[in-house]
Design a protein around this ligand. Structure first.
Ligand SMILES: [Zn+2]
Length: 185
């Protein structure tokens, strides 16, 4: 849980520091709105996605299971601006399949905290690998970063792509199979 009182004070202080007036009509409710919003955006702090991924079903399945185009939002920890996009997850079960929605929820748990896209990608692959114990897992994230779009380089539309794979999905042939599946669906 975030400390809403401290966030309210801090936001009011930032509003003063940028030369605006936190007492004026349009801004009066802003510190409170931001405090509640941070509660939502950072709800993944201190949460562990392992529990979600440990529950599965015994099932023999030799192929790759792919969940594609899972939208996510996160906050870049360097600039405190959003980055957002979609994730593709593929894994090869080893006698057990994971609830599909659990994969998407695990992504949210890891995304709702100050993050780096590279770390988020690796953490998701590690969480699936460690908790669901598949024969292999691969994760691809594509995201636009507001810190690249609206400041600094100012390149809206630039997409950052990151990937991580573990187990049999580090093998070239299985990786090609995963990429081929991403193209058909
Ligand atoms: Zn950034």
């Amino acid at each position: 849980m975030v400390d809403e009182g401290r966030i309210r004070e801090a936001v009011a202080s930032i509003l003063c520091a940028i030369g605006d007036d936190p007492g004026r009509d349009g801004l009066r409710g802003t510190p409170d709105r931001v405090a509640r919003m941070y509660g939502e955006l950072f709800s993944g702090i201190g949460e562990d996605p392992t529990d979600l991924l440990e529950t599965g079903f015994e099932e023999e399945h030799e192929g790759i299971v792919v969940l594609k185009d899972i939208h996510f939002f996160s906050i870049c920890e360097h600039h405190f601006l959003p980055f957002y996009g979609s994730a593709d997850i593929g894994y090869v079960p080893d006698g057990r399949v994971v609830g599909i929605s659990k994969l998407a929820r695990a992504l949210d748990v890891l995304a709702r905290r100050p993050q780096l896209q590279e770390r988020l990608t690796g953490q998701l692959a590690d969480a699936i690998d460690g908790a669901a114990k598949p024969a292999g897992v691969a994760v691809v994230l594509r995201a636009e970063h507001l810190c690249v779009a609206i400041r600094g380089a100012r390149k809206p539309g630039a997409v950052v792509v990151t990937s991580a794979s573990r187990g049999v999905l580090t093998q070239r042939a299985r990786m090609d199979e995963f990429n081929a599946l991403l193209e058909i669906v």
